[in-house]
Design a protein around this ligand. Structure first.
Ligand code: NAP
Ligand code: MG
Length: 469
């Protein structure tokens, strides 16, 4: 049992202003795994005041001081990587191999990338008569979700620190443990008091107090579209900058060439990773209509091959994060059946042999782009295959979405893949499994505003000043 009852404010572990707690449930066992405190606006006021005081010095720190701090954080992170991964597995149910693998790797990667960027970053540039300066925006509220906890906290904290900002992190109630350990890491690395603060609690209370706070300059949020819209409204009265990384319904286009069956299988397996709880998941798989039978065979085989079970065991997929997410996903699967999508793998209920824990069957439908299951973000291991007539049609279907976060293209000819990628209205397109920590990440359309990752992530936390003459 974990008992994480204190908040990290002004360089110290402190009790909440008003005691209030909540239990945290392990999604694989449905058993209580620990307790956290839930904060109140008084805690936020205290943390914001500490962050404001700290900004006076950290905001003017040298690049060398920031590099030293990021290096110290990275060193502490490496010492506790295993512990972080175990916490991720316990809180949100990712298999241990994933929790201690890609989950913690992403967090580490954002710190090392921020270091690389910081060493080269031009905070000042003379352009004719004008000196352009990039200055830290100030006190930032960081509000994060549970699906990739280390990725989403580190992708905000690392560039915010590098830019010279101070911050208050509000981790998700569903995944509070890894954030607590991360706060210990930042403390042990010698982060100056007040530069980083962390308060656990409800989004509607702590998140709202940050979004409406007079003395918070910026909010960086990752999560649902609904909450993102609310935050933008809440932040409007104080004219805050708001960075939003929201949902998606990304298309994965498999071209009519190359290793077709392997590409379909790869896309299907990709969708099931992290139990489908990835904002940029390729949840619409677009294949040539003429090759639908081949695609169905390959996708069904791949989905049926995904083993599901105890995250502590040797399975590819764990549970989804909570009972409520399980129910939402079941409702979507029922919806797919009701609207006439053809089920080719998985379906309703838990996988055979699992009667406890929020386990979902890796599910694949064949449908059309107008179906609810092709339009709304399900956030579970549910894939919809849609047939296209030709490449123009594939691009049209891919772009026929309210979202615009990611896209994928698989095919033999890199130039052809890139030509298709250029026509997709999304913030990123991954070709044949490409991956790059320096590539900007963010959404077109309702998938959000702003860009995270690498150098573009720095700009989120910087103001631009012109000194003329
Ligand atoms: P969410 O409700 O958007 O929560 C994300 C974060 O925002 C959490 O820390 C949450 O706090 C906080 N929050 C909630 N209400 C708030 C408010 N009024 N003001 C400020 N902050 C607030 O996401 P979720 O509940 O975790 O998941 C719901 C759906 O969001 C999923 O089904 C999925 O579709 C989508 N989602 C998308 C992403 C993504 O990466 N794009 C990630 C996660 C979820 P609590 O701890 O109280 O929830
Ligand atoms: Mg929520």
């Amino acid at each position: 049992m974990r008992n994480y009852l204190k908040f990290y404010i002004d360089g110290q572990w402190v009790d909440p202003a008003t005691p209030k707690t909540a239990e945290v449930v392990n999604p694989a066992t449905e058993a209580v795994s620990g307790t956290i405190s839930l904060g109140s606006p008084a805690d936020v006021d205290k943390a914001v005041a500490a962050a404001r005081r700290a900004f006076a010095t950290w905001g003017e720190s040298s690049v060398k001081e920031r590099i030293d701090l990021l290096e110290a954080i990275l060193a502490e992170y490496l010492k506790r990587e295993r512990e972080l991964g175990e916490a991720v597995t316990e809180e949100m149910g990712a298999p241990l191999s994933l929790g201690c693998g890609f989950h913690t790797l992403l967090g580490k990667g954002h710190f090392s990338t921020a270091l690389e960027v910081l060493k080269e970053f031009k905070f000042e540039e003379q352009r004719g008569a004008t000196l352009i300066r990039k200055e830290p925006i100030g006190v930032c509220g960081l509000i994060t979700p549970w699906n990739w906890p280390m990725n989403q906290t580190c992708v905000k904290i690392a560039p915010a620190l590098a830019a010279g900002c101070t911050m208050i992190l509000k981790p998700p109630q569903l995944a509070p443990y890894s954030a607590q350990i991360l706060a210990e890491i930042l403390h042990d690395a010698g982060t100056p008091a007040g530069v980083f603060n962390m308060i656990q609690g409800q989004g509607s209370v702590i998140g709202n107090a940050l979004s409406t706070h007079e003395d918070v300059d910026m909010i960086s949020f990752t999560g649902s579209e609904q909450v993102g819209v609310q935050i933008q409204k809440d932040a409007a009265d104080t004219v805050k900058r708001v960075g939003l990384e929201l949902g998606g319904k990304s298309a994965w286009i498999v071209l009519d060439d190359g290793a077709f069956a392997a590409n379909v299988a790869g896309a299907t397996g990709g969708m099931m990773g992290n139990s489908g709880q990835t904002c940029s998941a390729g949840s619409r798989l677009l294949v040539p209509a003429a090759r639908m039978d081949e695609a169905i065979a390959a996708a069904a085989e791949a989905a049926n091959g995904v083993t599901v079970g105890d995250p502590q065991g040797n399975f590819a997929m764990g549970p989804v994060v909570s009972k409520s997410q399980y129910n939402i996903i079941q409702d979507y699967i029922q919806k797919g059946l009701d609207e006439g999508a053809k089920l080719i793998a998985g379906g309703l209920g838990r996988p055979e042999g699992l009667d406890k824990g929020w386990f979902v069957k890796p599910t694949v439908f064949v449908g059309t782009n107008d179906m609810v299951i092709a339009r709304e973000e399900i956030f579970g291991p549910v894939l919809v295959i849609i047939g296209y007539e030709n490449e123009d049609d594939a691009v049209r279907i891919a772009n026929d979405s309210d979202f615009g976060l990611g896209g994928y293209v698989s095919g033999e000819d890199a130039d052809k893949c890139r030509a298709v990628a250029k026509r997709m209205r999304t913030g990123a397109v991954w070709i044949n499994g490409g991956f790059d920590f320096h590539a900007p990440f963010g959404g077109y359309k309702r998938s959000g505003n702003g860009r995270e990752w690498g150098e573009y992530g720095f700009h989120e936390y910087l103001e631009i000043k012109a000194i003329i003459g």
